[in-house]
Design a protein around this ligand. Structure first.
Ligand SMILES: Cc1cc2nc3c(=O)[nH]c(=O)nc-3n(C[C@H](O)[C@H](O)[C@H](O)COP(=O)(O)OP(=O)(O)OC[C@H]3O[C@@H](n4cnc5c(N)ncnc54)[C@H](O)[C@@H]3O)c2cc1C
Length: 427
């Protein structure tokens, strides 16, 4: 049987530092101040921050730390949110949008400060993210097609903008180092503890897991796009959306000829490509989004080859001649609300949401976690902009159909925009 790509082994796992030793934590009959569900970047940041403040906190992870999106993503870390600026302005107004921008920038700085610490070298942080547009729209950049050729030999790119504020990095190593930091601050982590339900009682929250039961005064749900059905009050507001990554065999000089830049590169299409050279001479390639189903690993690999040929035909030709293919193909789940903004804050007394970061979580998940923890500690006088974000239901299967339809519609629009711009260019 062909293996499903959702939990396929990744290049990150094969090049990662060892996970920290989580020790033996007895779950049964323990009472915690806070129980965090989900060991991705959101949950780990909340664990660190609460533990540093002296709270007794346990993080419960269904699989292993960063087994979800946080340990298997593209490794881009930039400012901003999954929703675009116009959408944020429309939903939150000028003041809210400015506050959101500041929070997102804070998340980026928080991440970069760690990446540059002594002892965190394995995060392999590399500055520079190039945004490119195939249609001339969406990348308000100063680089035209000719200037872009110094970065990447991709004949379909029309415009681009490079920023050295953004970085790309090894996300799994980052998460393991963050878990270690949280343990050193006194936090507790229990892996292979799948939370099946959380119920409010007179003694706080009663959390049932595959490894036993515990009690906590407060709960933070940080299950991302993986806990479908486990927290119905949240999963009715969040859709799991799947996306794919492939990694080539080592390509040596060949990849340098076609991608001379060390920057990570992403295009402005909704279901576009994002890619970057890896330190061992491979190319990491991200693509595709769907609300339904999962591809097998061979299909992901085939899709990567097809996409590389469509964007970097010269590289695809050289790979074919040299017999170089794709070593890794995997999938990951992102959590999306219909408006692409996150769900952060108390949704029942003592039960807090920390999810919905979509395909842009590497700065926003820690930023939101820091804000949520400050709110829980009563440090923020005014409500945060998160409290203004609407929480519409996703309507189960109907929501998925709508999301799939919307993605396909955007793909068509992107295709049309590129064709129109090509015809203008030819005139
Ligand atoms: C393929 C891919 C590429 C991406 N590329 C980028 C990128 O380049 N840059 C960027 O900024 N963002 C990117 N993203 C998005 C980013 O990875 C996510 O937004 C971010 O990791 C979300 O973090 P999280 O902690 O909310 O969720 P996750 O990292 O998914 O963590 C959730 C955790 O909760 C656990 N869990 C779920 N349910 C339960 C339960 N019932 N009990 C216990 N544990 C549970 C899961 O096992 C998982 O470990 C990408 C996402 C994917 C999938």
């Amino acid at each position: 049987m062909k293996q499903n790509a959702v939990f396929a082994r990744t290049w990150y796992e094969d090049t990662a530092i060892a996970p920290p030793d989580f020790g033996q934590v007895a779950l049964d009959d323990c009472a915690w101040d806070v129980g965090i569900i989900g060991g991705g970047l959101a949950g780990l940041t909340a664990l660190l921050k609460l533990s540093q403040a002296g709270a007794r906190v346990v993080l419960l992870e269904a699989r292993s730390i960063a087994a979800g999106a946080s340990g298997r993503n593209g490794g881009f870390c930039t400012g901003g949110w999954a929703a675009d600026d116009a959408q944020i302005l429309r939903l939150l107004g000028g003041k809210g949008a400015a506050a959101m921008e500041e929070i997102a920038e804070g998340g980026l700085l928080w991440m970069k400060e760690r990446m540059h610490r002594t002892g965190w070298e394995s995060t392999a942080a590399t500055p520079g993210v190039l945004r490119v547009s195939l249609s001339g729209h969406g990348a308000p950049g100063d680089l035209d097609a000719q200037a872009l050729a110094a970065f990447v030999k991709a004949p379909r790119y029309r415009h681009g903008a490079v920023s050295y504020e953004g970085v790309h990095f090894h996300p799994l190593n980052f998460m393991r180092l963050l878990a270690r930091e949280a343990l050193e601050a006194g936090g507790q982590i229990i892996e292979q503890a799948h939370v099946r339900g959380a119920f409010r009682t007179s003694r706080g929250w009663h959390i049932e897991t595959s490894r036993g039961v515990c009690r906590a005064q407060q709960v933070i749900w940080a299950g991302g796009g993986y806990g479908e059905g486990d927290a119905p009050m949240l999963t009715s507001r969040i859709l799991p959306i799947r996306t794919y990554i492939g990694v080539t065999e080592p390509l040596g000089e060949m990849v340098l000829r076609h991608i001379p830049t060390e920057c990570a590169i992403g295009d402005t299409r909704r279901a576009g490509n994002y890619y970057r050279r890896l330190p061992d001479g491979r190319l990491l390639w991200g693509m595709g989004i769907t609300a339904f189903g999962t591809l097998s690993i061979p299909k992901v690999k085939a899709m990567v080859l097809r996409d590389i040929a469509a964007i970097l035909p010269g590289l695809a030709d050289e790979m074919r001649s040299a017999g170089r293919g794709i070593d890794y193909g995997w999938a990951g789940n992102m959590a999306y609300a219909p408006h692409f903004l996150p769900l952060v804050g108390e949704i029942r007394p003592g039960f807090h949401a920390l999810t919905g970061f979509g395909g842009h979580g590497m700065n926003t998940a820690p930023a939101a976690a820091l804000s949520l923890v400050s709110q829980m500690q009563g440090n923020l006088g005014d409500p945060t902009p998160f409290s203004q974000i609407p929480r519409p239901p996703v309507f189960g299967i109907l929501g998925r159909i709508a999301a799939e339809g919307s993605y396909r519609w955007r793909i068509l629009q992107d295709f049309r925009a590129e064709k129109v711009s090509q015809s203008h260019q030819g005139q």
